[in-house]
Ligand binder design. Sequence first.
Ligand SMILES: NC(=O)c1ccc[n+]([C@@H]2O[C@H](COP(=O)([O-])OP(=O)(O)OC[C@H]3O[C@@H](n4cnc5c(N)ncnc54)[C@H](O)[C@@H]3O)[C@@H](O)[C@H]2O)c1
Length: 229
Amino acid sequence: MVVRELTGGIYFGKPRGFSMNENGEEIGFNTEVYAAYEIDRIDRIVFESARKRRQKLCSVDKANVLEASMLWRKRIIAIASEYPDVELSHMYVDNASMQLVSNPKQFDTIVTNNIFGDILSDEASMITGSIGMLPSASLGELGPGLFEPIHGSAPDIAGEDKANPLATVLSAAMLLKYGLGEEKAAQRIETAVLYTLNRGFRTGGIHSAGNKLVGCKGEGRRSIEVHRS
Ligand SMILES: NC(=O)c1ccc[n+]([C@@H]2O[C@H](COP(=O)([O-])OP(=O)(O)OC[C@H]3O[C@@H](n4cnc5c(N)ncnc54)[C@H](O)[C@@H]3O)[C@@H](O)[C@H]2O)c1
């Protein structure tokens, strides 16, 4: 699970804009900035989430170069003392992007800033074989949050019964688990998805020889059948 800070960092930091440099050349600039409270807020959320998983948390930063990342690392180390049951590690983002491809199973929960999370979450989606596999949650401090697949409306395949519905189905499981605290119900949905895939029912994006090609409706129908059985 990749937990991405979503309301701060370089996408919102000020100053930002266009200007001229000392050579009279046009420049564009942005600011990567984090306040301690923003880091502490996401850290507490992610430690709670990691507790519900394998109690293994990797914080991804660029603390060898960026001051905002140095503060990020300092704050998460401080917050970690409140969660002694969760194992915390740190990784630079360039290494993390490589490790995600070479050995994805070493990770359980990743927490990172807005821009690194933007990129790493898309990279992580492809490890699962398709963008249609990954659910997401946008969590505020007060909950219950917004739960949706990481992909968009897939306009290029609209009406063709080709879209993989599982990211949407798994978003409902995330809602139950992280929004409503209904872990058992969430698990039933996740298990149904897993069994459906194990039985070989796959939409085009994740289909390979030996599996059964189904459309969006077929994949959904099979998942419900498994869920009920
Ligand atoms: N989280 C979000 O709300 C979100 C994310 C991305 C895009 N969008 C919006 O969605 C619209 C389309 O954007 P886009 O085309 O850049 O991104 P997209 O995610 O909709 O599609 C990107 C590619 O992935 C494929 N794809 C997406 N979902 C799939 C699925 N379930 N199964 C199989 N293939 C799938 C599409 O066919 C397309 O080739 C835009 O309006 C964009 O703003 C929203």
